[in-house]
Design a protein around this ligand. Sequence first.
Ligand SMILES: CC(C)(COP(=O)(O)OP(=O)(O)OC[C@H]1O[C@@H](n2cnc3c(N)ncnc32)[C@H](O)[C@@H]1OP(=O)(O)O)[C@@H](O)C(=O)NCCC(=O)NCCS
Length: 193
Amino acid sequence: MEIALEEGGPVPARPCPDIVIRPSSDADVEVMVAIYQHHISKGVGDVGAFEEERLLPDDLRRRRKTMRKKRLPHLVAERGGQVAGYAYAVPFRKRPAYRYTLKHSIYVHPDHLHAGIGRRLLPALIEACAAGGYRQMIGYIDAQNAASLRLHETCGFTRVGYLKAVGFKYGQWSDSVMVQRALGTGSDDQPGA
Ligand SMILES: CC(C)(COP(=O)(O)OP(=O)(O)OC[C@H]1O[C@@H](n2cnc3c(N)ncnc32)[C@H](O)[C@@H]1OP(=O)(O)O)[C@@H](O)C(=O)NCCC(=O)NCCS
């Protein structure tokens, strides 16, 4: 059954009793780095096996610290007690006019793909961003990334742009799809109202 989403409203998460969503901690850094490294080595999503994209544990620790200070969500999904994925949101742009808009990333452990982790993690991230007073959420998805396109669609994101040949990896140009969803009351009222 298709679920009709009220614009900006909460996304009904799929019930999966063995999946727990919680804020990440420094103890999760090694697993998160391993998940990220796996996906860049496969060139999946918006990443493409470039040396510059390697993520070092200290970089991730630093990033988490900065995000905590700015009260930006950085979440992990645990399945059967193991970290099975993570997701976070950062400012869409640095300029203050864009301070109510975030862009996000989500990565699921290769052993736990297509098991409903994304469908639990992304709604939790959306909820955390809305609770933080943010109003819009933006994602960029490789046009070939069927799993991410589907996940975002089921979580209430709309395709708002198609960016042609903006990436180059593995000897080929790649297109990106820009997706967006409102958070909370979106643009219905002014922030702080
Ligand atoms: C994209 C990603 C986060 C999805 O996470 P996941 O836990 O595997 O997804 P789920 O099992 O929750 O499935 C979410 C939806 O996508 C669908 N889906 C999952 N894998 C799919 C695939 N390979 N092809 C098509 N649809 C797929 C599911 O059927 C589900 O749709 P439904 O709600 O209509 O049933 C995961 O594939 C991933 O980490 N990919 C590598 C990194 C990446 O691409 N990140 C996103 C960058 S924009």
